[in-house]
Design a protein around this ligand. Sequence first.
Ligand code: ZN
Length: 107
Amino acid sequence: MNKEVRRKDQFKERVQGWADRLEARVTSITVRPMKTKWASYSTTGWLTFDVFLLELQEELQDYVIVHELLHSRVPNHGKLWKTLMQAHLGDYEKLEEKMKRLQLNLQ
Ligand SMILES: [Zn+2]
C-alpha cells in the first residue's frame, strides 16, 4: 500500500471515529480533489473531503471533520452548532482562524 492510500485510510478512520462519537449519520466517506470547497456533507450522510486536508495537522483535520459532522444535526452555524463545536474541540475559534489563514472555504 502506498503512502497516499495509507494516509487516506487513516483519515477515513479518523472521520469514522468522530462520527461514532458524535452519533452522526455517515453512509459514505470520500477523499478526492475538490474545486470550490474543502469538505461537504449531504443530508443523506455523504461526506466528501479535499485531499489537501491530508497535509494538515491533526487538530485542523479534526476541526474540518467535526464541523461537517455536526451538520448532520445542525444545518447552520448558529448557537447550537457553536456550543457543540466548543464542547468537542474546545477553543475551536482558534482553529477556525488558522483555517481562514489557509483560505479554507467550508460549507
Ligand atoms: Zn459549515
